[in-house]
Design a protein around this ligand. Structure first.
Ligand SMILES: Nc1ncnc2c1ncn2[C@@H]1O[C@H](COP(=O)(O)OP(=O)(O)OP(=O)(O)O)[C@@H](O)[C@H]1O
Length: 263
């Protein structure tokens, strides 16, 4: 028998031949890549390249027309979004939409999974367990708000946060479910430079703590600071892949951003 420790590590995420069409438009048209546990990978490309549709297929808000997605070896491309969250996939959105009247803390608590108090029966038969679970959830939400530098705003209504603070709230909410992989859709969009530094630093800290990150980002400086691997998409197809330096010096990438013909 072969020694399992001698086998190459299994990628955390494997995408093979992914296709998603909307009528005649192939928004994602044959995308394949692997993401090792512990990596930070960037997905870049001009507007309409298919980046968000790729994330929608990964997260389960769109079902692909073809292709396979494996998370830690498990096929997930047909699973509903909530099942994917349950097995370690988190997501943040380009435009965060917290519940504005709820507090920042309550919004973070909504990111927890498998809360007994959300079901009717445990509230009747095991109220003590429900209370303990809620207290633990509240404590973890506090810790995560401290982590994302929003602890002083815990009790403020989420609607009072700035755009950048909402991005930080999104990170804390996503972390509540203890994901192994987080898909980040433009974490820098609309964020002022001071908060951007905090977001970059917190993303690196999350990654050091073991969370794998896949991010869509138009801010190339941010991509270069965070990622060692970048996938460039154009017209739904893979255009280039490699280090930030390699892909940004690739003339085909410059051409795609300028709206020229794509090879
Ligand atoms: N729900 C949809 N119905 C029809 N067409 C869609 C839908 N979603 C995306 N598309 C089309 O698919 C293509 C890819 O769009 P997508 O939003 O994935 O690109 P993107 O790279 O994320 O763009 P951006 O950087 O502007 O956010 C575009 O042509 C878009 O118009």
């Amino acid at each position: 028998m072969s020694d399992p420790s001698s086998l190459p590590p299994m990628p955390l995420l494997t995408v093979e031949g992914l296709v998603k069409r909307f009528g005649g438009v192939a928004a994602v048209d044959g995308i394949s890549f692997t993401l090792e546990a512990g990596q930070i990978m960037g997905v870049i490309g001009p507007n309409g390249a298919g980046k968000t549709t790729l994330f929608d297929c990964l997260a389960g808000s769109q079902l692909p027309d073809a292709g396979q997605i494996r998370l830690a070896g498990q096929r997930i491309e047909r699973l509903p979004a909530w099942r994917r969250t349950g097995i370690g996939l988190g997501r943040t959105f380009q435009i965060p939409r917290p519940f504005p009247a709820m507090s920042v803390l309550e919004n973070v608590m909504l990111g927890a999974k498998d809360q007994a108090g959300e079901r009717i029966l445990p509230n009747w038969v095991a109220p003590g367990r429900v209370r303990r679970q809620e207290a633990a959830c509240r404590e973890r939400a506090h810790e995560l708000l401290t982590f994302v530098t929003l602890a002083s705003l815990s009790h403020a209504p989420a609607g009072s946060l700035s755009g950048g603070q909402r991005k930080l709230l999104e990170l804390a909410r996503a972390l509540m479910a203890k994901p192994s992989l987080i898909l980040l859709d433009e974490p820098a969009a609309g964020v002022n430079p001071a908060l951007l530094e905090i977001i970059i630093e917190r993303l690196l800290a999350m990654n050091r703590a073991g969370t794998t990150l896949l991010l869509i980002e138009h801010n190339i400086d941010m991509v270069a600071r965070l990622c060692r691997h970048v996938l460039v998409m154009a017209n739904g197809r893979p255009l280039a892949a490699g280090t930030p330096e390699n892909v940004t010096s690739d003339p085909r990438v410059a051409e795609a951003y300028l709206g020229g013909a794509v090879a």
